[in-house]
Write a protein that binds this ligand. Structure first.
Ligand SMILES: [Zn+2]
Ligand SMILES: [Zn+2]
Length: 393
């Protein structure tokens, strides 16, 4: 049999992810992401596919679904159960400004077919298997089995255990197509213990802003596992048994509690953003951000305490709170990526989803450790799978 995998979106320099695997007999789309501005340039020329596999509920992997259903209303879309559960939130965000957006988001969610990890999906001349990816609850890697070879598409993954998701194991595979979201960032080996040591020692009034898309779940599970009581805003009610209104959170914050609310970038309008703005000028609670690179959170990072904070042209007065940024990631770090490449024993490795420079740099690091043929994908990159060359073992 002959087959090929094509990068439709999400190589170097593009953000949404979509890959097409096709043989003469069947076609499957791996992920259906959109660019940050919501565009899916590849979708207009996409012919009918036999199935769409969504690896996890992040927008860069599923935000193209509304557009896909407009063109192919009967599309068969599969995902794990937890991914199906969290996807409504992502799609509601995507469709927020559209009429009947919420109804459309839930209609798409309803039509999703769930698959379990390691359950095989059979197509005419290949099979697909989902494997745990770490990253966020429900996240999956996709293994394609064809002509006694395998191709592993990792999507976002983390080979370390988290409180909310088991670790991904990159087992032996012939071809490895690896997402490298934080390939440009170096983490110390002990980053995870260090981050949790800091979070576990918070014992004064502290506001923690978290993003809703997996980070909130992980942070709450982590505090629960460490048996630390925190006050949780009702924006996170689905993850906890007791949650509090904004007013109650405000009081608890000023009486010295640790408060957790949605707003990873402390964006104005989010509960964490509201509380942060109050604390910047009149209170002395600490503000903790975890992975933010945007919004008020990054403005705060650049502003020294007691200097004036100006954000989006508006002045928020002198900063009275203390801001602490704790580096965390739910992605394979650069070191993890090189280790995954080694443990895969793959003869062909394709890297995607980051700046080209970072991908080439991590590619060179892999080249030093393995004899694999390493490529950096871009939109339009194709690879033959299964390869026609006989295996050497
Ligand atoms: Zn992701
Ligand atoms: Zn991603």
């Amino acid at each position: 049999m002959k087959g090929k995998l094509t990068c439709l979106a999400g190589g170097a320099e593009s953000r949404g992810n979509a890959w097409l695997y096709e043989t003469d007999a069947a076609r499957v789309l791996l992920d259906c992401g959109a660019e940050p501005n919501g565009e899916t340039p590849w979708l207009s020329s996409l012919a009918e596919v036999d199935a769409v596999v969504i690896t996890h509920a992040h927008w860069d992997h599923c935000a193209g679904l509304p557009g896909l259903f407009e063109r192919h209303p009967k599309a068969r879309v599969v995902a794990t159960g937890p991914t199906k559960l969290s996807m409504a939130r992502t799609l509601e965000g995507v469709l927020a400004n559209r009429r009947t957006g919420e109804a459309r988001a839930s209609a798409i969610q309803d039509s999703l077919e769930t698959v379990k990890f390691h359950e095989r999906l059979k197509f005419a001349d290949f099979e697909l298997e989902l494997e745990p990816a770490g990253h966020i609850a429900g996240a999956a890697m996709v293994r394609i089995h064809a002509a006694s070879q395998t191709l592993l598409y990792t999507s976002d993954f983390s080979p370390f255990e988290q409180f909310s998701a088991p670790a991904a194991t990159i087992g032996q595979t012939d071809v490895l197509v690896m997402e490298c979201a934080v390939a440009n960032v170096r983490f110390e080996k002990s980053w995870r213990e260090d981050a949790w040591a800091e979070l576990s020692s918070l014992n004064r009034a502290t506001l923690i802003g978290v993003s809703i898309d997996g980070q909130a779940e992980e942070i709450l599970a982590g505090f629960a596992a460490n048996q630390i009581d925190v006050t949780v805003h009702e924006s996170l009610a689905s993850f906890v048994s007791t949650s509090y209104t904004l007013d109650e959170c405000r009081h608890r914050l000023s009486s010295g509690e640790v408060v957790i609310a949605v707003g990873g970038d402390l964006e104005p309008g989010s509960p964490a953003g509201e509380l942060a703005i109050e604390n910047i000028s009149n209170n002395s609670a600490w503000i903790v951000t975890l992975g933010a690179t945007k919004g008020l959170a990054s403005a705060l990072r650049r502003t020294h305490r007691r200097s004036k904070l100006v954000y989006r042209g508006q002045s928020y007065g002198r900063v009275k709170c203390r801001h602490q940024h704790i580096s965390m990631t739910n992605h394979a770090t650069r070191e993890d990526i090189v280790e995954a490449a080694e443990s895969s024993q793959a003869s062909q490795i394709v890297l995607f989803h980051n700046h080209a420079d970072a991908l080439h740099a991590v590619g060179r690091a892999i080249g030093k450790q393995t004899s694999a043929d390493v490529k950096v994908a871009d939109v339009g990159t194709t690879l033959e799978f299964p390869s026609s060359e006989p295996k050497l073992d």
